[in-house]
Write a protein that binds this ligand. Sequence first.
Ligand code: DX5
Ligand code: ZN
Length: 224
Amino acid sequence: MIELAPSILSADFARLAEEVRAASEGGGSVIHVDIMDGHFVPNLTIGPPVMRSLRKATKLPLDCHLMIENPDQFIPDFAEAGADWISVHQEACRHLNRTLHLIKSHDCLAGVVINPATPVDTLVEVLDIVDYVLVMSVNPGFGGQKFIPSTLHKLRRLAEIRSQQGLNFRIEVDGGISLDTVADVVHAGAEILVAGNAVFGGGDPRKNAQALLKAATEAALAKV
Ligand code: DX5
Ligand code: ZN
């Protein structure tokens, strides 16, 4: 099943509850929350207090994408603030196995993320632990960047490994997803589509979300 995960990074932060409601009315079924620390990525965003407010604003699952150094230090705080899914970057974790188990110990779904320059092979030892794998299709740090097509093969590879090994993690993609790129990522195997700029960057988030989801669902039907 294809799901749309609107990323609030491109939303109006003074009207977050309204923006989230609009995106969910348009069919967004997971809210993607980008956490940046100014170290792992060259940008700063939000922390647990905003997550706590979002928790009150929506019943949808909150997908917390940690782009931070030393994630173990903050996982309990984000879980307690209301995150349902927490993903960490392979590149930021010295003890990835431990970190993924830490996320699960807080009753959250555990995801692992890879940057465009990181191969799928670096994940082979954790694919049986994770609930989802997030493939970055831009270098993380900012919304509104251009999709990097060379990341598509990683979606295909993950889908292939999953069926070969009988695993059941889900495949998420993040960065530059728009009406121009959505069919390609769905055909390659992405099931959870993060979109920031394409939902909140202009026009009505409700209609934007609807249009993206429609294009994604059509692409999925054309695939089988
Ligand atoms: C980028 C973030 C993304 C971002 C995607 O570092 O991880 O979630 O919001 O934004 P778009 O969809 O505008 O590329
Ligand atoms: Zn993200």
